[in-house]
Design a protein around this ligand. Structure first.
Ligand SMILES: *[C@@H]1O[C@H](CO)[C@@H](O)[C@H](O)[C@H]1NC(C)=O
Ligand SMILES: *[C@@H]1O[C@H](CO)[C@@H](O)[C@H](O)[C@H]1NC(C)=O
Length: 513
């Protein structure tokens, strides 16, 4: 071919990092796709509409955050998501995340999953800055919902989530088994929030009787054993239904991690994610101690654990027990008496009541910088691991690969994060000031960040989504357009060939038990 390629965008002088390799390479982008990877500097003079000099900074596939709650209805009595699809995805791109998978929540009072999916589309369409997908959140596993699971894959939804806790959402074991069986038949991955809801209610009642209602008692009401037991039960139920693949979300403690690791060692298709709050927050520092009501800023479920648990979670991330580090961005305003953390303050309980604090914290924008800083400074994990757990594995597990999570010419979308060159890098003209996280620098619509005052070492300098620069930190910041983000139809999971293994095992048959 004699033709001379004209690129739409070239990134030169960067150091590309994928889940498997680190190499100095230039990237040529045509339209929405990565067109070429070439030796460093070789595209500096190529014909291109725009040239970006990465100055030795790392260039990675855009972050894929598959645990994000946006614009969900009030499901827990008190509190509403502070972020809309617009503000949540705006926050995502400013933190280097180009794809989010959010939830389409089915309320307990609704029979249909497809109606819940339509409703979520209605909220997201035309409003997103990042690409997006949906997991179905099953709040009512009735006959209609179970029948509709078969229709999800043709609508580009290949995962659903169920809860073993929360009065408004908790499924009994019978319902969990029905969902698992139906999901298995249709190659839909089941995500499980594993905490024992009945134990939680029992402990909460006892704590309240003794007047222990302050935010810090949230941790007393959900000790690690709740998570350990429910994790073990989830694994056992999935094993019963002919080894249905499951994903344990937001794993926080050593006990649950051990259960997961043991199941994986036995060859059971059990996957797990952890979240920044279990790597960077602790119960001692952020819930106990002299915080008073401010501890509510760190109330999420499971709660931040102790230092020993934190160390075990880091080890699990390093050794592959956790496939992913997702944010579980679940934002509520702090200083809001009606829909925020302070909604639990009443005349009868002027110091608040932990059982009514909306559970969740924001974190979609801070996820990548926090992980990068920890790796950069403490060498906790190699940089390839950062890409693996924040992008590539999520893309594989949720059927987005190699469109997302990779830098494959011709196949991968040109979704990229370009970081600043590391300190001391010879020719940097870039500006990297104010690298302490403060809420005012973030782009969510939440009035606090749980990471206020924490130092980080780098920040996404540019974020690109399908060939377009959408975040330019030294320029005008958010330069993407609301509505540029597209709904991405997902295929079935390809991580570890899980569905191939299920097919080989044949259908679930109770007669064989
Ligand atoms: C991996 O890490 C988990 C969590 O800390 C631990 O329980 C497990 O023993 C580790 N496995 C190996 C093989 O190192
Ligand atoms: C919230 O409640 C507190 C005390 O109950 C009150 O002082 C404050 O003015 C209220 N704020 C709003 C915005 O209503």
């Amino acid at each position: 071919m004699a033709g001379i390629t004209e690129y739409d965008l070239v990134i030169t002088n960067g150091v590309c990092v994928t889940a498997s390799d680190i190499a100095a390479l230039d990237i040529g982008i045509c339209g929405e796709k990565i067109a070429l990877l070439a030796p460093s500097g070789s595209l500096a003079k190529a014909s291109t509409k725009r040239l970006i000099d990465a100055e030795g900074g790392y260039v990675m596939p855009g972050g894929v955050d598959c645990h994000v709650h946006l614009q969900e209805p009030n499901m827990f009595g008190k509190g509403c998501s502070a972020d809309t699809f617009e503000t949540g995805t705006r926050s995502a791109i400013a933190g280097g995340t180009t794809t989010v998978v959010a939830f389409a929540p089915q309320q307990r009072t609704e029979p249909s999953l497809l109606a819940a999916l339509d409703a979520a589309h209605g909220l997201a369409r035309g409003n997103c800055y990042s690409d997006y997908g949906f997991h179905l959140l099953v709040g009512n596993a009735g006959e209609q919902a179970l029948n509709e699971i078969a229709k999800l894959p043709e609508r580009g939804v290949t995962s659903l989530k169920i809860f073993m806790t929360y009065e408004a959402l908790q499924l009994c074991d019978c319902d969990i088994l029905s969902v698992l069986a139906e999901a298995r038949t249709n190659k839909v991955l089941t995500m499980i929030h594993a905490e024992n809801g009945d134990v939680l209610t029992w402990l909460t009642d006892r704590l309240e009787k003794r007047g222990f209602v302050a935010p810090r008692y949230h941790a007393h009401s959900r000790p690690p054993l709740l998570e350990d037991e429910a994790t073990n039960r989830a694994i056992a139920l999935a094993e019963l239904v002919a080894q249905t693949p499951i994903l344990l979300v937001h794993v926080s403690d050593a006990g649950a991690t051990r259960r997961i690791r043991e199941a994986q060692t036995r060859g059971q298709p059990v996957f797990a994610e952890t979240c920044p709050q279990y790597l960077f927050l602790t119960r001692e520092e952020h819930l106990d101690g002299p915080h008073g009501f401010e501890a509510a800023k760190h109330v999420c479920s499971p709660p931040p654990r102790d230092k020993a648990a934190q160390a075990a979670i880091w080890t699990g991330l390093r050794n592959g027990t956790f496939a992913m580090l997702n944010s579980d961005h679940c934002p509520f305003n702090y200083d809001d008496n009606f829909t925020g953390k302070k909604a639990c303050i009443t005349e009868e309980f002027p110091a608040g009541r932990f059982r009514h604090i909306p559970n969740g914290i924001p974190g979609v924008e801070t996820r990548l910088p926090l992980a990068f800083a920890a790796i950069d400074r403490l060498d906790r994990l190699p940089l390839t691991k950062l890409v693996e757990v924040t992008s590539t594995n999520a893309a594989k597990l949720y059927g987005l690969y190699p469109k997302k999570g990779a830098l494959m010419p011709g196949l991968s979308d040109a979704d990229l994060v370009v970081w600043y060159p590391n300190e001391g890098s010879a020719k940097s003209s870039a500006t990297l000031d104010g690298l302490t996280i403060t809420n005012s620098m973030l782009h969510h619509d939440v009035d606090y960040t749980p990471y206020e005052g924490r130092g980080v070492t780098n920040w996404p300098r540019y974020t690109m989504l399908r060939g377009k620069v959408v975040w330019d930190r030294d320029g005008e910041g958010i330069v993407g357009d609301k509505g540029y983000g597209q709904f991405i139809e997902r295929e079935s999971s390809t991580l570890n060939d899980i569905w191939q293994r299920v097919e080989e095992a044949g259908p679930f048959d109770e007669e064989k038990l």
